[in-house]
Ligand binder design. Structure first.
Ligand code: ARG
Length: 459
């Protein structure tokens, strides 16, 4: 049964009905629609539209419906109702007869859907925050375990300077920390109730909208009914937060895919998150990470889709906006699943510290140290940089690392070089020197872990 038959002479075509219906997507907001309906019944009672007895009967029917939906949400999909709002109303009328028909007084599906979706976002946002924190925790545990493991650091995918594996882990903890900040921000901004805005002009009943918002757990009520029913900023903000975080996850995945490659051999992923090849028996592929990397694209797609849907849309509600949920639900599901998968990857990761150390020792990753050494001997950095460039060229020519050049060979480039140069060229000294805030020295990484564990972040 549709909620709006009176003005029509003919029934909608089957094809149009299928095109127009949103139940297969918005059934996920059933609980929110019921909770919103209970609050609305209370508000109608306050303004004398519903008696105490009526509101009590409606409430108990709605609570019964809520319990049934929580137990089996898929039952909703068997119905041919247009959307979740229609479904709840039809169920209510089935349970309470004519009384159920009173509930929609002064309310529109336009303020209803905006409210339901915000309630849904608030709840889902809580789960996403937990997934982010769990992933950070797994990375911090790995950072702790691998705080002494040397890893070649790259720029341009060329070995640049050594870092520790722990430092690499903490880089991602920082990124996910900013994601947490963005998520909390979006959740704060969306925490404003549109209920009582009517279709677009406001409700004709003297509802105390502040109280209604409070009853629903919102921090405030929206101030402009036109904006309230047509605002989907929160959908875009959440999609944008999810996109930025998926971008972080895709970089994390890409780093690990490279570290896991036969060529690098820095890490091995657990069997729990890898798969094999149907033809090549030796293969063990980093599928979890490849899928995380790939799924970033589809989350970005939802963001672009929603921005495009909302662009130049006239006030107030338009049916275009019904397109908001499919992309949002999919993007947030995907984001959450990817975070959970990344956590599993981190928890099962084996690091081959002999390989990472060997790689860090190659590629002249200590060239900056030699330049800094010359600076300590009063040579201006730019000049030191040039001298070391020449030393590197000579070492490449001889096929040896810098530390294998003899003192005489080194002194040919600068007479300031002395025996103590060799200790400056060691990986140990390279790491230990980077003690300033944010650096890769072991003591800094330990400090950073301790601070993060205590939740002391910049966010
Ligand atoms: N199903 C719609 C949506 O998701 C809500 C209904 C609003 N419909 C309307 N005719 N005003 O946006």
């Amino acid at each position: 049964m549709a909620l709006w038959g009176g003005r029509f002479k003919e029934k909608a075509s089957v094809q149009f009905k299928k095109f127009n219906d949103s139940l297969p997507v918005d059934y996920r907001m059933a609980v929110q629609d019921i909770v919103g309906s209970i609050a609305w019944a209370g508000a109608l009672n306050q303004v004398g539209v519903l008696s105490d007895d009526e509101v009590a009967r409606l409430e108990s029917a709605l609570l019964e419906l809520k319990a049934s939906v929580e137990e089996n949400p898929k039952q909703i999909l068997l119905s041919d109702a247009e959307d979740i709002h229609s479904w709840v109303e039809v169920q209510l009328i089935e349970k309470t007869g004519d009384l159920g028909k009173k509930l929609h007084t002064g309310r529109s599906r336009n303020d209803q859907v905006a409210t339901d979706l915000k309630l849904w976002c608030k709840e889902t946002g809580g789960e996403l925050l937990i997934a982010l924190v769990n992933l950070q925790q797994a990375l911090m545990n790995l950072a702790e375990r691998e705080s002494n493991t040397v890893l070649p650091g790259y720029t341009h995918l060329q070995r640049a300077q050594p870092v520790t594996f722990g430092h690499w882990c903490l880089a991602y903890v920082e990124m996910f920390d900013r994601d947490i900040g963005r998520l909390k921000d979006s959740l704060y901004r969306l925490d404003v109730s549109p209920l009582g805005s009517g279709a677009l002009a406001g409700t004709a009943y003297p509802i105390d909208r502040d109280k209604l918002a409070q009853n629903l757990g919102f921090r405030a009520a929206t101030l402009n009914s036109l904006d309230a029913v047509s605002d989907r900023d929160h959908v875009i903000e959440l999609l944008s937060t999810a996109s930025i975080s998926m971008m972080h996850l895709s970089r994390f995945a890409e780093d690990l895919i490279f570290y896991n490659s036969g060529e690098a051999g820095f890490v091995e992923m657990s069997d729990l998150v890898s798969s094999g090849s149907s033809l090549m028996p030796q293969k063990k592929n980093p599928d979890a990470c490849e899928l995380i990397r790939g799924k970033a694209g589809r989350v970005f797609g939802s963001l672009t889709g929603m921005l495009t849907t909302m662009k130049a849309l006239a006030l107030a509600y338009n049916k275009d906006m019904q397109e908001d949920k499919e992309g949002l639900f999919d993007a947030l599901d995907t984001w959450q699943e990817c975070m959970e998968m990344a956590t599993l990857v981190v928890e099962g990761l084996k690091v081959n510290s002999a390989r990472t150390l060997a790689a860090a020792q190659q590629g002249y990753a200590n060239a900056t140290e030699l330049a800094d050494y010359l600076v300590s001997k009063d040579i201006p950095f730019r000049e030191a940089h040039h001298i070391v460039g020449e030393v590197v060229l000579a070492a490449i020519d001889k096929g040896v690392p810098l530390e294998d050049l003899t003192l005489t060979q080194l002194q040919a480039f600068s007479d300031k070089i002395e025996q103590d140069v060799y200790q400056h060229l060691s990986i140990e000294s390279t790491l230990d020197k980077r003690e300033a805030l944010g650096g890769t020295s072991r003591s800094q990484v330990q400090k950073a872990i301790a601070q993060m564990q205590k939740g002391q972040t910049i966010q």
